[in-house]
Design a binder for this molecule. Structure first.
Ligand code: CP
Length: 311
């Protein structure tokens, strides 16, 4: 059996470094190139199981798998036997019995993947689990930061917006704590982690949006995860005035953008909402790494799909 990736929390720094090194290799490689192990396995099978919507993660895994020579199966939850009550374990055991080598899974459930993985003889990659972790996003973010600064330590990382319900924020805070970066979080109080959250290490400081953006090397904006909020929001998202209120209070406006450090970069995992989290003109500014993040997503996922079939 190969190597699964469920939580960045459980991955040692040396292993993250090795994935980033291989991701860097694939980011330079423009051509399709079947790896030796994939040839040996005679085009292994990877199955995408997305129980939540996705564009970037799903298609970048698909592109990565095609580039490496995998055969790809796409599982459709709405027409699968999960509609008849089949559990995650039984679904994966069924795919394992058909010879599937790797399952890429996005799920609303936060803990199911680390419960079922030890019971299965196929590798599992977490493509986003509820509001818990999105480890492959944090890895592609680290690669993007490393390419720009030539390092991933001694940096100031600002993470702005809906942190409490963001699996991207969680995985990034975990990653940047491992690399001993200073992490500044800012957003509406109801969207910040609880004070006793495991994420609130000594590396993490709550600050205001203006200071976070003006002082950071990396400004990471986040989408408001309205689909996960348990109660009525403090903002009226149905009206333009409600959206403007959020943008003015917490968005990367042109004014805040103008205060950024000279060599600082803007990141967003996307999908982004123009003029709600980020000014539309800023999205494609040269400081913005948003589409580079998407490109690096393919490279990192190639590294992870190779690793998934390593002994
Ligand atoms: N960043 C990210 O996970 O995007 P998708 O939801 O489109 O996969």
């Amino acid at each position: 059996m190969g190597k699964s990736l469920i939580l960045l929390k459980d991955l040692e720094k040396e292993k993250i470094d090795a994935i980033l090194e291989r991701g860097e290799f694939w980011s330079q490689e423009q051509n399709f190139r079947v790896s030796k192990k994939i040839k040996e396995l005679d085009n292994p099978l990877v199955c995408n199981l997305f129980f939540e919507s996705s564009t970037r993660t799903r298609f970048s895994f698909e592109v990565a798998a095609k580039k490496l020579g995998y055969h790809i199966l796409n599982f459709e939850p709405s027409t699968s036997s999960t509609q008849k009550g089949e559990s995650m374990y039984d679904t994966l055991k069924t795919l394992e019995s058909m010879g599937v080598n790797v399952a890429i899974i996005r799920t609303k459930e936060e803990n199911i993947l680390h419960e079922v993985t030890p019971m299965l003889n196929l590798s599992i990659i977490n493509a986003g689990a509820g509001a818990n972790e999105h480890p492959t996003q944090a890895l592609l973010d680290l690669l993007t930061i490393k390419q720009h600064f030539q390092r991933i330590t001694d940096l100031k990382i600002a993470i702005i917006g809906d942190i409490k319900y963001s699996r991207v924020a969680n995985s990034n805070i975990i990653a940047h704590t491992k690399y001993n970066n200073e992490i500044f979080i800012a957003g509406p109080e109801f969207l910040l982690p609880e004070k006793d959250s495991m994420l609130m290490t000594d590396n993490v400081k709550v600050t205001n949006v203006d200071d976070a953006i003006a002082n950071a090397d990396v400004v990471m904006m986040l989408r408001v995860q309205r689909e996960r909020h348990p109660r009525k929001s403090d903002f009226d998202w149905s009206s333009d005035s409600g959206k403007n209120k959020y943008f003015e209070a917490y968005g990367l406006t042109k004014e805040r953008f103008s205060t950024m450090q000279e060599n600082a970069i803007i990141m967003h995992p996307a999908p982004f909402n123009r003029d709600i989290e980020i000014d539309s003109d800023v999205v494609e500014d040269k400081k913005s790494m948003i589409f580079k993040q998407v490109r690096n997503g393919v490279a990192i996922r190639m590294a992870l799909l190779e690793r998934a079939i390593e002994e």
